[in-house]
Design a protein around this ligand. Structure first.
Ligand code: AMP
Length: 212
């Protein structure tokens, strides 16, 4: 199963991708996590991506399409994957089509803009493995420590309120048109993101026909 998760930043794509990945045994492929890793390691690509990421803008299609193409060619992606944060532009969606990737389902997690800012201020991510948490809605068992790998959880620099607003604007301008793109293929499903992660997961599994 090749899945795409669509939704505004902070809608819960990463968290739901983790739940689907654990259930179906297919990898979560997050371009955001890969880019943050590249920035952390100071690679050439990381240096190119950093300014756009810090300002809440999108990294160039060329860079992102390149890393995605390499990632889906890895052996663990052979039986399917969950794309989390890709595609984010129509050009990226067209690039996937050109690569011959067949997408089974596109799942939009819808959360109204008013709720997004509160969600982002409580979001924490693991510095080591990229797992997502929320201080209120999805806390770690031990404060500041990732449940998955024991790494340190931190707030993302681009979750600062000023940057969140520009990320939402970028989403509306560049990414929201993908809903139409995939609606036309008949593959688009939408669930409304709930405050409780487990409630959203139930809706996500039900809409994908996955047994809970
Ligand atoms: P995310 O973790 O998905 O919220 O991504 C964090 C940041 O990485 C975004 O705000 C963009 O700057 C960049 N990014 C991630 N995925 C993409 C993509 N598919 N296209 C362009 N930029 C991306």
């Amino acid at each position: 199963m090749n899945l795409i998760l669509l939704g505004a930043p902070g809608a819960g794509k990463g968290t739901q991708a983790q739940a689907i990945s654990a259930k179906l045994g297919i990898p979560q492929i997050s371009t955001g996590n890969m880019l943050r890793e590249a920035v952390k390691n100071g690679t050439e690509m990381g240096l190119k991506a950093k300014a756009a990421m810090d300002s809440g803008d999108l990294v160039s299609d060329e860079i992102v399409i390149g890393i995605l193409r390499d990632r889906i060619a890895e052996p663990d992606a052979a039986n399917g994957y969950i794309l989390d944060g890709f595609p984010r532009t129509v050009a990226q969606a067209e690039a996937l089509d050109k690569m011959g990737v067949v997408i089974d389902r596109v799942l939009e997690i819808y959360v109204p803009d008013e709720k997004i800012c509160a969600r982002m201020s409580g979001r924490r991510v693991c510095e080591s493995c990229g797992a997502s948490y929320h201080v209120e809605f999805n806390p770690t068992l031990k404060d500041g420590i990732c449940d998955e790998c024991g790494g340190k959880t931190v707030q993302r620099a681009d979750d600062a309120p000023e940057t969140v607003l520009s990320r939402l604007q970028v989403y509306q301008e560049k990414t929201a048109p993908l809903k139409d793109y995939y609606q036309k293929t008949g593959k688009l499903l939408t669930v409304e993101g709930q405050d409780q992660v487990a409630e959203t997961t139930k809706l996500v599994f039900a809409s994908l026909g996955i047994e809970d």
